[in-house]
Design a binder for this molecule. Structure first.
Ligand code: SAH
Length: 418
């Protein structure tokens, strides 16, 4: 594998230069080292633990996968406009023309947009001198079976954008695959993110991505998984782990724009999605409608508060919970509510295995001398090749009263002799 020439200054890829097979082995071992001790502390025997880990789901495309690509504009030594990323730990812009993990065409579009700036007298925004206009650009890609749609978000450091109409026209004339252009204003100091204010300059203001036959809307700010192929594998594995039945009532907790719930809905009785971000909930409702999914509904709010309320009311309780919390993991309230409701199966999808380890500790610890759950399987999935991140899918199933506290090889927690 070729080493990326920007590896040192960028610092985005921890596993830079390591053959992909080795990266996968490293992640597998890291997950086993992190999670096996939690199980061993909770009554599992060593042989039983090793049987629970499945081999990591690797990517067919470990390169060029990121469907969300950012670049910041700056000035090079000769005052020419450059674009790329901030040098690791500094505020200098490094001119970058290739990246091993970003969608290659998105990188090309960014270079093309940068090259067009001078003829429209557009200068990079200078945060200190408060001069210039364009601060950064974000490209989001919608992948569909037969085409790709590209969204360009032009972020200015100023509240005005002189000549925007002609600039946008020139961009979309040159690149017809750009189906929408959005102007976003971010006048905050040293921030790569998007600001509050935005205006759609061309197209619908979103792109459409297809996952497992469903179509999803990606807006400039919506959370969306960045590796298309791996997302399909992750969702398929999570839905398979849930062993859905036509009568199941499913909770899709931390549902984002409803992607997992919508893919799961045809396989079960009904789904409720819960999500804190109300803009994501609005997208989720629209996504469900677009895909003709009628047995799903969404609630905006904190997942823990929602589930505690459900537990208190005792009505329409889910018997399967699929949860996909942020890196910081779930909340105490959510875990307590799970222990009250006791769904038959919990599929914990984790992008922060450290917090999964912590939350598993709570879920496996006996309550009033009785264990409520056992771990059935642990499935690592590589959502971010070249980095040291690893996603996990953990299936827990409810232990019925007669089961005891020992987890042994072959019966995965069933009482010996049962
Ligand atoms: N399952 C989705 C989103 C996962 S990311 C997908 O695969 O695309 C985690 C989501 O949890 C984010 O959308 C975030 O807004 C949401 N979130 C964070 N804290 C939350 C809370 N306390 N209650 C509900 N949702 C929350």
């Amino acid at each position: 594998m070729n080493k990326c020439k920007y590896a040192k200054v960028c610092g985005g890829c921890d596993y830079q230069g390591l053959p992909y097979e080795k990266q996968l082995n490293k992640k597998q071992r890291a997950m086993e080292n992190l999670l096996a001790p939690v199980l061993l502390r909770n009554g599992y025997e060593k042989e039983a633990v090793s049987l629970l880990f499945h081999p990591i789901i690797g990517a067919d495309e470990p390169y060029g996968y990121r469907n969300k690509v950012h670049a910041v504009f700056g000035r090079g030594r000769n005052k020419k406009t450059i674009c790329g990323t901030y040098e690791k730990g500094s505020h200098w812009v490094v001119d970058i023309d290739t990246c091993q993990i970003e969608n290659a065409h998105a990188v090309e579009l960014i270079r093309g947009i940068k090259d067009m700036m001078p003829s429209f007298k557009l200068q990079p925004y200078d945060e200190d001198k408060k001069t210039g206009t364009l601060r950064h650009v974000l490209i989001r890609v919608g992948q569909q079976a037969d085409r790709e749609e590209y969204m360009v978000v032009l972020v200015t450091g100023t509240k005005t954008f002189p000549g925007k109409k002609n600039f946008v026209k020139a961009i979309v004339d040159k690149y017809p695959e750009i189906t929408t252009v959005v102007w976003n204003i971010n006048d905050k100091k040293t921030s790569m993110g998007l600001g509050e204010e935005e205006e759609v300059l061309f197209g619908p203001g979103y792109v459409t991505d297809e996952l497992l036959g469903n179509r999803f809307k990606i807006s400039p700010k919506s959370f969306y998984q960045v590796h298309h192929g791996q997302t399909e594998k992750l969702y398929s594995a999570a839905i398979a782990a849930a062993k859905l039945q036509p009568t199941d009532v499913v909770l899709d907790a931390y549902c984002g724009t409803g992607t997992i719930g919508i893919c799961a809905a045809p396989h079960c009785g009904s789904v409720v999605g819960v999500e804190l971000n109300s803009a994501a909930v609005a997208d989720a409702k629209e996504n469900a409608k677009k895909n003709g999914i009628e047995n799903i509904s969404f609630r905006a709010g904190d997942a823990g508060e929602y589930l505690l309320r459900q537990a208190a009311e005792g009505k329409n309780l889910p018997n399967v919970v699929i949860m996909d919390p942020p890196r910081s993991g779930s909340s105490k309230e959510f875990i307590q509510a799970l222990q009250k409701i006791r769904p038959e199966r919990i599929v914990y999808v984790s992008c922060g295995p450290q917090s999964l380890a912590r939350d598993l500790g709570f879920l496996l610890r006996p309550k009033h001398g009785q264990r409520l759950y056992r771990v059935e399987s642990l499935q690592p999935c590589d959502m971010f090749p070249m980095t040291n991140h690893c996603e996990m899918i953990c299936l827990l199933s409810k232990l019925h009263e007669a089961h005891c506290n020992r987890y042994t090889k072959g019966n995965h927690g069933r009482k010996i002799g049962e």
